[in-house]
Design a protein around this ligand. Sequence first.
Ligand SMILES: [Zn+2]
Length: 407
Amino acid sequence: MTALLMATPVGASSADATPRAGIGVRIDAALNVSPSTYTPGRPLDVAISGTLTTTALRDVVCHSLTLTASRGALPLITRYASTDRTPQLTGESHTQEVSALLDMEPDDLPASGPITVTVDLECSPMDAKGNWDVLDAVSQRIASGRIQPASGTVALSTRWLFPDDDEREVRPVTVSVTASAPITISVSRGSKTVWKATSSKATYQAAIPLARTQQSGTYRVRVTMGGSTTTTDFRVSRGWAPIYDSVAAWPRCSTLTWSYDPAGAPRGGDIGVADDVATVLKRYAELTGLRFEQVAKGRADIEIGWAPAAWEDGAEAAGGASEKDGVLASGVLTMFTNSEWATTAGFGVRGRGALLYHEIGHILGLGHVSDDRLLMYPVHTFGQSPLVPQQGDIAGLRELYRPQSCR
Ligand SMILES: [Zn+2]
């Protein structure tokens, strides 16, 4: 869907009688904006494209476009784009294809109502030597358009579900509905309805009370409007967080290979590494239903090795895996050579066991949590932090891998 942005003819208006005050060009623009609707709560890329012809009324360079999205009088976001910056002498006409993007994050978008997009062209006078200065720019509206909220859409904010290090709070799920008829919203977990609301407004936004979504599991939001029902699911996970924004895991019940490469290990620092890894993986096999098989160094699902510290922040090791469509692959665990922790064998208070548990937890799909009683808390305090997976960590692994059904 596209909506035509109407060009505002500037013409050789009387304002151009004073050269410095006018933009210095006659404008003929035919620009389109796409799409013509947006969904509250979802990212929006507004593409502006078309043809722009400028006819110089004096020596001039048209160099920039200012793209602005606003809701009523409230500016939401501004972006700048370059034109092709062709110098034009008085009387010269120049046509160019314009292609610009106004990218908006969910936070930039209003919950309701039309968005106005405007496009301004900025031109600066050019002196006899061909010099021009952006500070001399005069701008002229060359197009404007409206983007309407899609009718009958449901948007759900679930970002709160997985609190990260910076944000140690749990926020309620927000449901935003743009409706063309009265709506009924119900939230259920299994067969139990935990929350209900009705609205006859064109737009509706509400936070689902936290107290109603305390239990782990999948919740279903049903929005009924004029006889049709839209459903959206969200998950609540207590005590653990996935490593990516959405849940990702290795294939359930599968066998993963792992290898250990001692290259670069600090002198005497890698005694017992392979044994310690094997101990950790034995426990993770119990908790996940995965099987782990050591292979010679080289290609393996999980590759373990050493490297000089990558950051200055005192990290002891790094662990993670790549993700595609919710499936993890290519796990890597790197111990940093200057880490005393990584170079201390075994599962004592200062042994590398807890470090391996934590990093392999990442590889298996666990992210950081804000509860310092759990293994996946990002900071380890010797003598205080847990040395092995705790209840919340284990709950996460169970949810990711459902080990009870692996045989
Ligand atoms: Zn970590």
